[in-house]
Design a protein around this ligand. Structure first.
Ligand SMILES: [Zn+2]
Length: 172
């Protein structure tokens, strides 16, 4: 019996999540961006998605874009940066650390920006001293409960060892 596609979602990763109906059983499957079936429940063999099916798929929207809309409504002058920040969060370019700081990669991934609650090292922040996309992205990642990472190279917490050599005083 030929399976019929009942639901198709275009994931933010570029893959597709499909629900098929096959002989009265619902089968869930992950399809790649080319439509080929990558994995399915029950190991079912499923047809490749057609171009028309992929074009009609409902697109999953990353929740960061909802925050960007809320933010832009409150601060219209920051609308463009809110969108850029949502792109960074949705693209997985924001890393949060336990100490509250974050590292945000540029969209070209060529530059890493060090961000905390008060500053960022990007040109936008240096020259305007305000909400750059990276600081907004850090706030969005926090608001979305993105897990925090442990720093790979933690600064030493114990004081630096010091060598102390006392001069021997001549015995009196
Ligand atoms: Zn910045």
């Amino acid at each position: 019996m030929k399976p019929t596609l009942t639901q198709l979602t275009h994931l933010s990763t570029g893959d597709y999540f499909a629900t098929w109906q096959r002989g009265g059983t619902a089968v869930e499957a992950l399809h790649g961006s080319d439509g080929r079936c990558l994995a399915s429940s029950l190991g079912a063999k499923l047809p490749r998605l057609t171009k028309a099916e992929m074009a009609a798929a409902h697109t999953e929207r990353h929740p960061a874009y909802d925050l960007a809309d809320q933010g832009a409504a409150a601060r219209p002058e920051l609308a463009r940066r809110m969108q850029a920040a949502a792109d960074l969060v949705a693209g997985g370019l924001v890393s949060l650390y336990e100490d509250g700081a974050a590292v945000v990669a540029s969209r070209s991934q060529a530059t890493l920006h060090q961000v905390d609650d008060h500053r960022c090292d990007c040109q936008d922040f240096l020259y305007r001293g305000s909400w750059c996309a990276h600081r907004i992205a850090r706030r969005m990642a926090l608001a979305l409960g993105q897990p925090e990472l442990v720093r790979p190279f933690a600064a030493p917490t114990s004081p630096q060892p010091r060598l102390s050599i006392s001069q021997s005083s001549p015995a009196g």
